[in-house]
Write a protein that binds this ligand. Structure first.
Ligand code: N01
Length: 488
């Protein structure tokens, strides 16, 4: 067993960014446990055709590591992975990472955490940080007969690149953000593509384009211009999409109008058009951005099937109207287990309390980062920190500063959020969330049963302000030498 100041799980944007900030503040005694064989997290695993970001890359990147070389406004997955790999190298983080280390448990006892991996290795640390993200475990629905299908079948996040879809009959189940990116690519080469849609999405144009050489030069030579541009992208999310989620009537109507115009422009078949139009509040599910989805659905070789799937058979899919759709390949674009958080990791806090028991009615945490009963544990991109309108990387940076400030105040001791402060925060968050579009739909990956467990209740300015200015009175700091506690 080795001992460290921190053990972090995960090398996505969260784990790598915190690691870089730790080093900048002079903390070098940490390791990052990564179950994969390389860095990047979701940007390593999601390699499906068409994978790219749906938040513009100048904003979906670290403010302290701008990249003037983005080829497109919304970078493609390989370039985002390159960015993260380059960042890891530039910041000399590789020596901190232990690859092939799947964390299975973490136990707190008397001011220290013991973190265990599937290989049986243990690591002792003062601070335990989860940076495993919210969209990590692919979800394949338990559809009757799915194991009987004879052809290749895989999840969008586990794309089998050995399978050539050219001239094949393909079925894609799901129409979320991943499906919206992969369907146009599959439609181009498949003989026939059947898209199984349960709930349509509100979708608007991305207006993607490559950056010119001059723009890249400008971003590299005049960082001030690049910052201004980043600020402009941030404003679009904050002042156009966020009000829609809050229920702004005119902006909501504009999204509906833009959506209807795009469907009309690209889809000639009236039946397909009506199937594509959502009947729920704009913003209740993620508003998707795509220039390519409706043109793909409008193609003659694409069927939009809205009958529910009753059974998967050896040669294809049967729908509730007893129709059989023959398929050579089935793709599950069916999303992720966003709940429970920290799935498959047995986390035990004070007195052996299990995190999964603590969160049995749905995950919550004070400002999304700390939870009572689990001292010296920090969660990056934890409960109620997601967003439907801006960059997660922007929000992660505020979480890094929150953690660094708490660590600084803690010194060699322990820090734990006070239960009343956490309860008050959760009540405030749930009260505000109940008025937003996300609460106005029965199910989405943002929710665990009735509660919106994944998303933040306000704008990102408020998030940044609250996270970066921790109220120390909301925490109990214990100091090992005097063994005295300071509380509010
Ligand atoms: O997953 P989803 P995703 N039968 O949960 C359907 C991020 N992301 O991987 O809506 C039939 O959104 C399900 O139907 P319904 C982004 O934050 C980012 O696409 O539940 N269908 C839905 O259509 C995004 O929000 C990027 O009725 C079934 C689909 O599967 C998040 O990841 C790119 C079904 C799942 O959609 C998740 O997106 C991609 C069943 N039994 C993703 N079960 C970026 O660009 C599920 N479905 C940054």
């Amino acid at each position: 067993m080795t001992s460290h100041k921190l053990v972090i799980i995960g090398t996505g944007f969260g784990g790598l960014g915190l690691a870089a900030r730790l080093r900048e503040t002079g903390i070098d005694d940490f390791i990052i446990l990564e179950k994969s064989d390389g860095v990047g997290g979701t940007w390593r695993h999601n390699t499906y055709p068409g994978a790219e970001c749906d938040i513009a890359s100048s904003l979906y990147s670290y403010s302290f590591a701008p990249n003037p070389a983005w080829d497109f406004k919304w970078a493609k997955q390989p370039q985002i992975l390159d960015y993260l790999e380059g960042f890891t190298k530039d910041r000399d983080l590789y020596r901190h990472i232990r690859f092939g280390a799947t964390v299975t448990g973490a136990v707190y006892d008397k001011g220290r955490w013991t973190v265990t991996t599937a290989g049986g290795k243990t690591y002792d640390c003062q601070f335990f940080v989860s940076a495993v993200g919210q969209l990590h475990h692919p979800s394949i629905p338990n559809i009757k007969g799915k194991e009987t299908f004879k052809g290749p079948n895989f999840h969008s996040a586990q794309w089998d690149h050995s399978v050539d879809l050219t001239d094949k009959n393909v079925g894609v189940i799901g129409v979320g953000a991943s499906a919206a990116q992969l369907i146009p690519e599959v439609a181009k080469i498949a003989k026939h593509l059947t898209v199984y849609q349960r709930t349509p999405n509100w979708m608007i144009n991305k207006h993607d384009r490559p950056y010119s050489k001059f723009e890249k030069w400008l971003a590299g030579k005049l960082p001030f211009m690049a910052k201004l541009y980043r600020g402009g992208l941030w404003c679009q999310g904050e002042f156009f999409i966020w009000p829609v989620i809050k229920g702004a009537k005119i902006r909501g109507a504009l999204v509906r109008k833009l959506n209807a115009l795009e469907i009309k422009k690209h889809v000639k078949d009236p039946e397909k058009r009506s199937k594509l139009t959502p009947d729920y509040a704009v913003g209740a599910k993620r508003i998707l951005l795509s220039d390519k989805y409706y043109p793909a659905i409008g193609r003659d070789n694409v069927t939009l099937e809205t009958q529910s799937i009753s059974e998967i058979k050896a040669g294809g899919i049967e729908t509730a109207d007893d129709k059989f759709h023959a398929h050579d390949v089935i793709v599950y674009a069916t999303g992720f287990f966003s709940n429970p958080f920290l799935k498959n990791i047995d986390v035990r806090g004070e007195a052996g309390r299990a995190l999964r028991e603590h969160w049995k009615d749905g995950a919550y945490a004070y400002l999304g980062v700390t939870t009572a009963g689990f001292p010296n544990m920090f969660i990056l991109y934890g409960p109620n920190t997601n967003t439907g309108h801006t960059s997660i990387v922007y929000k992660l940076e505020a979480q890094f500063e929150h953690i660094l400030k708490l660590m600084d105040k803690t010194g060699d001791g322990t820090v734990e959020v006070n239960d009343p402060a956490e309860t008050a925060f959760n009540e405030e968050a749930q009260e505000k969330l109940s008025k937003l579009a996300w609460a106005k739909i029965d199910a989405s990956w943002y929710k665990d049963r009735e509660r919106v467990t994944n998303n933040w209740h306000g704008g990102s300015t408020e998030f940044k302000r609250r996270l970066e200015n921790p109220i120390f009175d909301h925490f109990t700091f214990s100091h090992p030498i005097s063994d005295k506690s300071t509380t509010a």
